[in-house]
Design a protein around this ligand. Sequence first.
Ligand code: AMP
Length: 369
Amino acid sequence: MLGAPGSGKGTQAKLLVEKYKLPQISTGDMLREAVAEATPLGRQAKVSMDAGQLVSDEIVLAIIQERVTRPDARKGFILDGFPRNLQQAEALDQLLTSLGRPLNLSLLVAVDVDALIQRLVGRRTCLSCGQMYNVYYAPPHIEGRCDECGGRLRHRADDNEETIGNRLRVFETHTLPVVEYYKEHGTLRTLQGVGEISDIFKAVTKVVEDVKSNLKNETRTDAIRAAFAKHRASKAEKAAAEKKPAKKSARKAVKKAAAKKTVKKKPVPKKKVVAKKKVAAKKKVVAKKKVAAKKTLSKKPASKKKTAAKKAVKKTLARNKVAPKKKTAAKKTVKKAAARNKVAPKKKTAAKKKVAAKKTARKTARKKR
Ligand code: AMP
């Protein structure tokens, strides 16, 4: 049960105890008892309680651990006023896990601050039976006396204005994060703690019943799941037993056949395919490199050849360089000769003509004579 001081969580917890026959474990009540008995623990806790502050986690956790392991808490229990901070919530989780007892419900009783103050200031509690009254809106018939058992009514020491202020501040700072904690864990349910106590209790009971039926369904689902798992396991066992061959030789034959099949049909695992591809790629690269190297090697002599050829060409060129000059000279000589030849025939023809003409002239002179 979660709620600010005065939210009525204690009253609702008491009603739940009656209905479900589970013990109420209230850290506030236990601490007050320890203070009343003046035990060492009570004396230690009193200072913080009177100031409206939280008692140390060490003390509270020790009390809780001892209480939840008592026989009357075996079937379950209602925690009232605990946990009040995150450390306590986490410690409770650990404790319940170690006991194998999960937390089923975190119920927040929400009430606004103004109502809380009026409730706390006017609150009176029966010292004998724990019945609660409020001098403003639920007073006892006889002032200071319990209607139920006639016991003496007590005004709690920490129900004064100053301490109430501190307690409300402590709730906001330390306990509201616990509410968030349970919201995240999916166990939180919230209801409004305003109105008639019996009406609020109806709402509380509805939530509890809802959670109980959910738990039942979960347990049933778990049981069905477990039954299915059992069924599947026995089926697999049977199938394995049926498959077993009778003779050793037959088993060997089956193994051989299986091995052959594996050799033939075994699909190449992905990893192997990848490895093969890698090897092939590498081979390609190596082959390419080799070809390239060969080319380079075959080219090298060619270049040597080329160098030789170049030298030859150079020589030739060198030779040619001279040769053309010679050629030019020869050509000039040829040209001169040609020129001479060209002139010579002409000259020859002219001379011949002159000689012939002279002959003809001489003949004509002779004839005249
Ligand atoms: P309650 O009756 O629950 O309002 O508690 C009364 C006082 O007891 C608180 O103001 C605290 O000083 C102390 N107390 C009760 N429960 C706790 C707790 N879980 N952790 C620390 N202090 C507590």
